[in-house]
Write a protein that binds this ligand. Structure first.
Ligand code: 9Z3
Length: 313
C-alpha cells in the first residue's frame, strides 16, 4: 500500500546528520540570496532499502551516479552554483574521471633530503591537474556543495530539506532529479531490529510503495522552481507515454526520458508541448563526448527562457 507523504515523514526517523546538512544548505543559499546566480540542485545515484535496523542486508539498484556527477560539471561550466546530493560512494564530479584507476598506481614516490616526496605519474598529471583546477575553483568560489545519503529514507528527508532551503531563490533554481529512487521500501516499524535469521525458513518481507514525492515537491516545497525529473524504463514502448503521464500528474517543467540500455547515448526531452531526442553517434561516443553536455546546454536554454520569456537571445 502507498503511504501518503505526510505519513512517511511522520513515521520514518530523521537522519542524524540532517541538522548539519540543513545548516550547510542555509549557508549556501544565503551566499546567493542577493545576486542572480542560477542554482542547480542535482540528485544522483541509487538508494538502498534496508531490511533490518541493524542493517546487514538491503535492496539496492544499478545506478552508479554517472548522470548526476557529469551533469554537475556541466552546470558549473555554465556558471550555475550546484548542490550535489549524491549516494555515498557513488560517482562524484571531477574525481569521477579517475574511477576504475588504482589510486596508488597514479602516484610516484621519491626521496628528497631523506623525506618522502609524492608526485602524480607523468601519464596522469595533465588529467589530474585539469580536474583538480576545476574542483578547487568550484570549492573556493563556494559554487559546489556536496551532501550525501545512502538509504531511501535519508534521501527523502534530505530532498525535502534541500528543496525547502532553495525555495526562496524561486525561479533561479533548477531541480535536476537524476537519482534512481526506489519505488518500494520497508517501513521502520515493520523492519526487523536484528539480522534476519534463516532457522525458521525463508522470510516473507512485505515491501510498501514509496509515496510520490514529486507531488508535494512541485506543488508545496519549490512551487516556483524549474523542476526536471527523469523517467527510466526498460521497455521502449512505455517510455514516452509514462514520461508524459508524469508531467501531467505533477505539472512540472520537463521529463528527461531514458532507457536503461541506451542511457549514455540517447535521451528524450519531454515537455507539455513536444518531445525530441538528443543523441550521440558512435563516433562521438568513441571520442569521449558525453550526452550530458547536450542535456545541460538544452536545459540551460529552457531555464533562461523560463526566467526571461520575452528575451529571444
Ligand atoms: C535516471 O533515469 C538516470 O538517468 C539514471 C542514470 C539513473 C538512469 P547512472 O546513475 O544512471 O548514470 O548509472 N534517473 C531517474 C530514475 C528514476 O528513478 N525515475 C523515476 C521513475 O522512472 C521517477 S523520479 O519512475
Amino acid at each position: 500500500m502507498e503511504s501518503n507523504w505526510e505519513e512517511f515523514y511522520a513515521n520514518q526517523p530523521k537522519p542524524s546528520d540532517l541538522e548539519t546538512s540543513t545548516k550547510l544548505l542555509d549557508n549556501f543559499v544565503k551566499r546567493y540570496s542577493s545576486d542572480d546566480t542560477k542554482i542547480a540542485l542535482v540528485t544522483s545515484g541509487g538508494t538502498t532499502v534496508p531490511l533490518e535496523h541493524n542493517t546487514v542486508r538491503f535492496v539496492d539498484n544499478f545506478s552508479a551516479g554517472t548522470r548526476g556527477a557529469i551533469s554537475t560539471e556541466y552546470f558549473l561550466k555554465h556558471g550555475y552554483a550546484v548542490i550535489f546530493m549524491y549516494r555515498a560512494k557513488s560517482l562524484e564530479p571531477f574525481s569521477r574521471h579517475f574511477t576504475g584507476q588504482k589510486f596508488l598506481d597514479m602516484l610516484d614516490l621519491t626521496q628528497k633530503d631523506g623525506r618522502p616526496q609524492l608526485t602524480v605519474c607523468d601519464k596522469y598529471s595533465s588529467s589530474v591537474a585539469e580536474a583538480l583546477v576545476k574542483y578547487k575553483s568550484a570549492i573556493r568560489e563556494g559554487k559546489l556543495l556536496q551532501l550525501s545519503f545512502t538509504t531511501l529514507s535519508e534521501y527523502l528527508w534530505l530532498l525535502r530539506a534541500a528543496s525547502q532551503a532553495v525555495a526562496p531563490l524561486k525561479k533561479r533554481v533548477v531541480l535536476y532529479l537524476a537519482a534512481a529512487v526506489s519505488d518500494f521500501y520497508v517501513p521502520s516499524n515493520e523492519m526487523s531490529v536484528h539480522k534476519i535469521g534463516s532457522t525458521i525458513g525463508a522470510p516473507k518481507i512485505a515491501l510498501h510503495l514509496v509515496p510520490k514525492i514529486l507531488k508535494p515537491l512541485v506543488s508545496l516545497w519549490v512551487p516556483e522552481a524549474f523542476v526536471v525529473s527523469f523517467k527510466l524504463e526498460t521497455d521502449e514502448n512505455l517510455l514516452i507515454s509514462k514520461a508524459r503521464a508524469s508531467l501531467n500528474t505533477y505539472n512540472h517543467k520537463l521529463v528527461i526520458a531514458n532507457m536503461l540500455q541506451t542511457r549514455k547515448q540517447k535521451v528524450t526531452m519531454v515537455d507539455k508541448d513536444k518531445d525530441y531526442v538528443l543523441s550521440l553517434t558512435k563516433d562521438q561516443m568513441d571520442q569521449g563526448e558525453e550526452i550530458e553536455s547536450s542535456i545541460i546546454t538544452d536545459l540551460v536554454k529552457r531555464h533562461q527562457n523560463f526566467l526571461s520569456p520575452n528575451d529571444s537571445s
